[in-house]
Ligand binder design. Structure first.
Ligand SMILES: Cc1cc2nc3c(=O)[nH]c(=O)nc-3n(C[C@H](O)[C@H](O)[C@H](O)COP(=O)(O)O)c2cc1C
Length: 201
């Protein structure tokens, strides 16, 4: 059987960096991409790791930032407010690429970043921010919580909504291929650029 040609990024570090950002941007746009729903890791007050699935809402290659939305009352928001360290990970079996992003996150609740993110979000997405009681609260039974009616979601959820902006400091790209795996990593330089190297996979 004829093998697919190796991708250009197999031998080109700059192309691997471009592919990493292309796949993340594609994840924002395409719900079926594995990069649409990466795992986000934070660190709790005891220094222990916490991880959960999130939706990747925006990526800006120039700034090296990724945006995620969450409830201000959630554990992840509290963990990021206390210490911003976080990491994001996804593996896409379609492209055989794993991407890891490590950096520092900030929460935007009442500012222009949050306003723009809220304004651009769909009514159905807004409803979950109106949930009562707060995410993670122990319930007497599984359904003992309330969500606002679709029409009422705007005000109920807005005060709880926040945009989490992850400023990447380290990037790690792993491509699996039987003809030779490829791994590369980048770190931010002082000027906000990136310095990268191939890594042993
Ligand atoms: C497919 C999928 C997408 C999710 N997207 C988000 C999201 O974008 N933001 C969010 O706060 N929680 C999202 N969740 C829920 C989180 O995984 C998690 O259960 C919840 O936010 C509570 O996390 P925490 O207690 O660690 O804050 C998603 C879950 C799934 C399964």
């Amino acid at each position: 059987m004829e093998r697919a040609p190796l991708p250009p990024f197999h031998t080109d570090l700059a192309a691997a960096e471009a592919e990493l950002w292309r796949l993340l941007a594609d994840g924002v746009e395409r719900g079926r991409s594995a990069f649409h729903t990466p795992s986000l890791a934070t660190v709790d007050a005891g220094g222990r790791p916490r991880v959960r699935t999130v939706v990747l809402r925006a990526v800006e290659r120039g700034a090296g930032t990724l945006r995620i939305h969450c409830d201000r009352r959630s554990d992840k928001a509290g963990e990021i407010a206390a210490r911003g360290a976080c990491a994001l990970h996804a593996y896409d079996p379609e492209t055989a690429v794993q991407i890891r992003v490590e950096g520092t996150a900030t929460l935007h609740a009442g500012d222009a970043v949050a306003d723009a993110a809220w304004d651009a979000s769909r009514p159905m997405s807004r409803i979950c921010y109106g949930i009562d009681p707060a995410p993670g609260t122990a319930l007497p039974s599984g359904g003992a919580y309330a969500l606002p009616e679709p029409g009422d979601a705007t005000d109920a959820g807005r005060s709880r909504f926040c945009a989490l902006v992850l400023r990447a400091e380290r990037l790690d790209f792993l491509y699996l291929d039987r003809r030779g795996h490829r791994r590369a990593g980048w770190r931010r330089t002082g000027e906000g650029g990136w310095t990268g190297t191939w890594l042993a996979p």
